[in-house]
Design a binder for this molecule. Structure first.
Ligand code: ATP
Ligand code: MG
Length: 468
């Protein structure tokens, strides 16, 4: 019997005796923590779709006297007939105990200790049941830590499967598959929420978002990916708590950004992030431009087209890179700053671009850390936007040879298709790629009109004009 059900019965008995107990807060009222076992005949998850390695890990744990379940997104996705991204295992074995059972395992994490079990190129993540920090009485008081805002700094307080269900983020992510009886264990009505396509956070929404503000991004991501509706009480606090994301390590926000925009649901995620007013906390330099309507800077169209492009590529099993994604998203803040430097400081175009890139990226990495392996090609993609405007035979040939040509050309296409006035430059490059040497020669004789450096004319004495 679930512990909360027990508490519920006690409170009813007390009620009959005329003793009232405090009602749970409204946000929490409709989560009933009671164990429900959904048999295979009802949930119908085909056994062949379960990951062999995750099953091996769960069986091994169970054979060694521990509990072992497949849990989280994999069960949620299988119930929705989607292909899970990864399979996670939950157990009552402590990380050190679990690690001992598997030869090819590694203990990882400090904030959240986990065991990674390797199977060739595959990896199964084994997490010990966690409990809420209020329950850390007899455990090591260093195991869990929260800061003043309520944010969890360390989450290594262990508990039972029911405790573990409560500390998970959404009810649909708290479904446990037992490989022994093939049943799904549901402690928080997640199965019903899933059938009603509803995303509901566990517990009091505002507390859970304060504990870990990334849950707000996860809400946006799951709503987009699963096409779920965020239940009102789970959604409401998001509008007020977005700024808590500024406390999250930029490296973690970078990872979350990739999950949002490189998992095949980028357009839906962007729409959801904007609706929940969270996009500004990931791309603070882009948000203000989205709200302006500058015809020569079709920011929202470019962003949407870039994300659409990413979704399409992933659907076709083509590769995507964060370098391109960030180059597209941050193009207009960079271009705007470059033009300002040219206009106000009379800087030549290339140094102005370098300076703008430095400033924009320095501001961006304070929010989402972009590893150098992506920021270097990203800068090249931007630099090539300038080089692509030069159509002389030699210059075009050199640009075409550049390792980043393809990505740069793709960005150029996106810019022009989004409405930026580039005077047919992308068509020129489209033709160039299939042209033979003679054709390329005659193409480069065409006047290059697009994207001429816009330098502010200095007032000069009339005699100098002839040298212009
Ligand atoms: P996907 O893998 O498709 O992105 P997922 O739900 O499996 O979705 P993971 O990040 O793999 O997401 O996490 C696995 C499980 O761990 C989740 O389903 C959830 O139960 C739990 N979890 C992950 N992140 C959090 C969090 N920030 N707060 C609470 N629980 C979390
Ligand atoms: Mg997962």
């Amino acid at each position: 019997m679930g512990r909360s059900l027990f508490q519920h019965i006690i409170s009813r008995l007390l009620g009959l005796l005329g003793i009232t107990i405090q009602e749970p807060p409204a946000e929490q009222a409709d989560i009933i923590f009671s164990k429900r076992i959904i048999p295979e005949a009802e949930h119908r998850i085909p056994r062949r779709l379960l990951d062999d390695n995750a099953l091996k890990v769960a069986y091994r744990l169970q054979d060694s006297g521990y509990e072992g379940y497949l849990v989280g997104g994999c069960i949620r996705d299988l119930l929705l007939s989607k292909v899970p991204k990864d399979f996670d295992v939950a157990t009552d074995a402590h990380p050190e105990e679990a690690a001992e059972l598997f030869r090819r395992s590694r203990l990882i994490g400090r904030r959240f200790k986990l065991v990674h079990v390797r199977f060739g190129r595959d990896l199964v993540e084994v997490a010990t049941f966690r409990t809420s920090h209020d329950n850390q009485v007899k455990q090591d008081d260093q195991a869990g830590r929260q800061c003043d805002s309520g944010m969890i700094l360390r989450d290594n307080v262990y508990g039972t499967i029911e405790d573990d269900a409560r500390r998970r983020d959404f009810t649909v992510n708290a479904l446990y598959y037992c490989p022994k009886d093939h049943c799904v264990y549901d402690f928080a009505n997640g199965y019903q929420d899933l059938q009603q396509r509803r995303l509901r956070i566990m517990g009091t929404a505002s507390d859970r978002y304060r504990e870990d503000p990334v849950r707000m991004l996860r809400a946006a991501r799951f709503a987009a990916k699963l096409d779920f509706t965020i239940e009102p009480a789970s959604e409401k606090p998001i509008f007020e708590l977005g700024q808590h994301l500024s406390k999250i390590a930029p490296a973690r926000l970078f990872d979350e950004t990739l999950k949002l925009f490189q998992s095949g649901h980028a357009v839906a995620s962007f729409t959801e992030l904007r609706r929940l007013d969270l996009f500004r906390y990931l791309f603070p330099q882009v948000e203000p431009l989205l709200e302006q309507d500058i015809p020569e800077m079709p920011v929202d169209t470019l962003v949407l087209n870039a994300l659409n492009n990413t979704d399409r590529r992933l659907a076709q099993n083509k590769s995507v890179t964060p370098a391109f994604l960030f180059a597209a998203l941050l193009w207009y803040p960079t271009k705007q700053l470059m033009e300002k430097l040219i206009r106000e400081q009379n800087m030549p175009q290339l140094p102005a671009l370098h300076e703008a890139a430095n400033q924009v990226l320095a501001a961006q990495v304070r929010t989402t850390a972009i590893p150098r392996r992506f920021s270097t090609p990203l800068r090249e993609i931007w630099e090539l936007q300038l080089r692509l405007t030069r159509r002389s035979e030699k210059s075009a040939a050199r640009t075409f040879e550049h390792p980043r040509f393809r990505a740069a050309y793709d960005l150029l296409l996106l810019r022009e298709n989004s409405g930026e006035a580039l005077d047919g430059l992308s068509q020129w490059w489209t033709d160039y790629q299939t042209a033979n040497p003679d054709q390329r020669h005659s193409m480069s004789q065409q006047p290059a009109t697009a994207e001429r450096p816009k330098r502010r004319r200095r007032r000069r004495a009339p005699s100098n004009r002839a040298n212009d």
